[in-house]
Design a protein around this ligand. Structure first.
Ligand code: PEP
Ligand code: MG
Length: 612
């Protein structure tokens, strides 16, 4: 940490989504209930009952306020809060809690915890899907009630207090997925790596993000910048408005430089002037890059590279890139599940898949089956706590454990298949057993649909993610078994290098430019080429300006990325011939270290874009 005389603090971070922003900082502290079994004296029951009633009243008021604020603009979301009020007032729950306090002498927080959790568990085990879905709502109301018991004010990111830089220890993917996009200027966190799902979402939304900032909370706390008092005007994302903030006295203001990886809290006058100029240059660079948006993705010598888009929802903005990309290389369906309070029904999923297929009008749409586990959880799906969740019951493994969930998704997918060109992609495949087992279930689902007389496309391709080294090393064998594959470099890197992609303590070991990674990708590319099967890269490296030429040089002709990387990738491709990219790839494979690869790629990039 670097503290100058006028209290300006600068901290280093990992710039996972490029950009520059300036504004006030909003510190986000999500509530995590931690209630232990606790009992009261018989004489204390009346006071305990009063405490319970006060917490219920406070929770009811919160729900009523959210409902009122939402009912005009979003009837559906408002309805959720009405339903939560009904749960809070449910007579059976209320009676049980009162008797747990009055008769079993449970401390009121513990009584609520137990009664709500038992009820949610009961509902979660029911046959009827609609009833099962209520379990998540029960847990949600329980958390609110427990928070009210502790007098902790409510906080979430779906409604920010004006335009702010959101700071947190860490953001769950669900926090980022529901973030108030109108008002978030940038994201800064203490935890989180470049390929955490929050980082990927931020990049997709075009929100500058700096993660892995050590000492962030301290710095903000000391400068008292972490207040929610944000009288900053709404349009700060525009250069001029950011300039206005940079003109202000620095107190409570921070600059996020997600190009060089620096956060400056309370910037001094020189820093503010410097960033005002810097911002102008960045905007000009962005303008040049944007010119490539609608261009054909051709290398300098005219070889066409297919550009795909990674999406996390079927929302209109997510599909905006359909006009200038060739296909969807990765639809991360788990976000459909995470945005909701309960398991999306077959019908809800069907509607979302149809929307994407139609938007791409006959061009391939690669839908990845549910990839939950690791850093992504579902509040309504009970999962055992695991010591190493990224090595645990994740993605396809979890789907095998929950066949009903897997089959519902496959049914929705096959029903939607008649509306476009669907490709189904299986995540976290470790061996041939996984592929054969998944194919068996897929076969069962197709038979079920046929028996019900439901039409499906006969041309649905089934492929896999290559993100576990074991399956990469079997590329010669699997290329014969699957219709296509896509390399998930985010996970392939973490599993190959044994470095958790989420753990800042080992961030320096998570080396996405490690030469071993490119040797392995090169092997997979050769085998898929020999088998004549399509291969794509849909991990973050597929949209990384430094690695795109290396991947093309290794033989890749399909790359899929977040919408915000498309222009830059097209621009980079247009500046290099395939022969030069092959030369670079060969040199990369011969490098000894991550840094050597990075320097080499930077050098090629400088020589290339320098010729603009
Ligand atoms: C990957 O692992 O590279 C990938 C694309 O999947 P995710 O980031 O969702 O794990
Ligand atoms: Mg992955």
């Amino acid at each position: 940490m670097d503290k100058t005389q006028n209290e300006s603090i600068s901290l280093k971070g990992n710039p996972v989504s490029r950009g520059i922003a300036a504004g006030r900082v909003f510190w986000y502290e999500p509530f995590v209930p931690d209630i232990k079994e606790c009992h009261i004296e018989a004489a204390g029951t009346e006071a305990a009952l009063r405490k319970y009633e006060e917490a219920v009243a406070a929770a009811r008021k919160e729900l009523q306020d959210v409902y009122e604020s939402l009912k005009e603009e979003d009837e559906h979301r408002a309805g959720i809060f009405l339903a939560h009020m009904e749960i809070l007032e449910d007579e059976m729950l209320d009676e049980e809690i009162r008797s747990a306090i009055g008769e079993s002498l449970s401390e009121p927080g513990w009584a609520a915890e137990r009664v709500y959790s038992n009820y949610a568990k009961l509902l979660g085990e029911m046959e009827d899907e609609l009833i099962r879905e209520r379990a998540a709502d029960i847990m949600d109301v329980k958390n609110r009630l427990l928070r009210c018991f502790q007098g902790v004010p409510q906080r979430n990111l779906s409604r920010l207090p004006g335009a702010v830089i959101v700071a947190a220890h860490d953001l769950l993917p669900s926090d980022t997925a529901t973030i108030d996009r109108e008002n978030v200027l940038a994201i800064v966190t203490e935890a989180g790596g470049a390929t955490s799902h929050s980082a990927i979402l931020a990049k997709g939304f075009g929100i500058p993000a700096l993660l892995g900032i050590k000492g962030l909370k301290d710095a903000l706390g000391r400068e008292e910048a972490a207040t929610a008092a944000c009288e900053v005007p709404g349009e700060m994302r525009a250069a001029t408005a950011v300039g206005n903030v940079l003109d202000e006295a620095g107190a409570g203001v921070a600059v996020v430089d997600a190009l060089d990886g620096v956060l400056i809290v309370n910037p001094d006058k020189d820093t503010r002037e410097h960033y005002f100029k810097r911002l102008g240059k960045w905007e000009e660079e962005q303008r040049l890059t944007r010119e490539f948006l609608r261009r054909e993705p051709l290398t300098k010598d005219g070889v066409r590279i297919e550009i795909g888009q990674n999406i996390g929802s079927a929302a209109r903005e997510a599909l905006a890139a359909s006009g200038y990309t060739d296909f969807v290389g990765l639809f991360r369906t788990e976000f459909l599940f995470m945005e909701k309070e309960s398991m999306p029904t077959e019908e809800e999923q069907f509607v979302a898949y149809c929307k994407v297929l139609k938007a791409y009008g006959g061009r391939p749409v690669t839908v990845r089956t549910l990839d939950i586990g690791g850093d992504k959880t579902l509040p309504y799906l009970e999962q055992e706590k695991e010591e190493n969740p990224f090595l645990g019951n994740r993605a396809l493994r979890l789907c095998f454990e929950n066949p009903c969930l897997f089959k519902t998704q496959l049914r929705a997918l096959y029903r939607a298949s008649v509306h476009g060109k669907l490709q189904i992609m299986l995540p976290m495949v470790g061996g041939m057993d996984d592929i054969l087992r998944a194919k068996q279930i897929i076969g069962d689902v197709k038979n079920e649909l046929a028996a019900e007389g439901i039409a499906i496309s006969q041309d649905v391709k089934v492929g896999i993610m290559i993100e576990i080294p074991s399956i990469a090393l079997l590329a010669d064998v699997v290329a014969k078994e699957v219709d296509f594959a896509s390399i998930g470099t985010n996970d392939l890197c973490q599993y190959l290098l044994a470095a958790d992609r989420m753990n800042p303590a080992v961030a320096s070991y998570y080396q996405s430019y490690h030469p071993a990674l490119y040797r392995l990708i090169g092997y997979v590319a050769d085998e898929f080429q020999k088998a004549g099967k399509p291969l794509c890269v849909c991990g973050e490296l597929g949209g990384d300006r430094l690695t795109v030429p290396v991947l093309v040089g290794l033989g890749l002709r399909k790359l899929s990325m977040g919408g915000s990387s498309v222009c830059e990738v097209k621009r980079v491709l247009s500046k290099m011939t395939v022969a030069r990219m092959e030369e670079l790839a060969a040199k990369v494979k011969a490098c000894k270290t991550d840094q050597e690869v990075r320097d080499l790629c930077e050098k090629y990039m400088e020589n290339t874009l320098g010729n603009d």
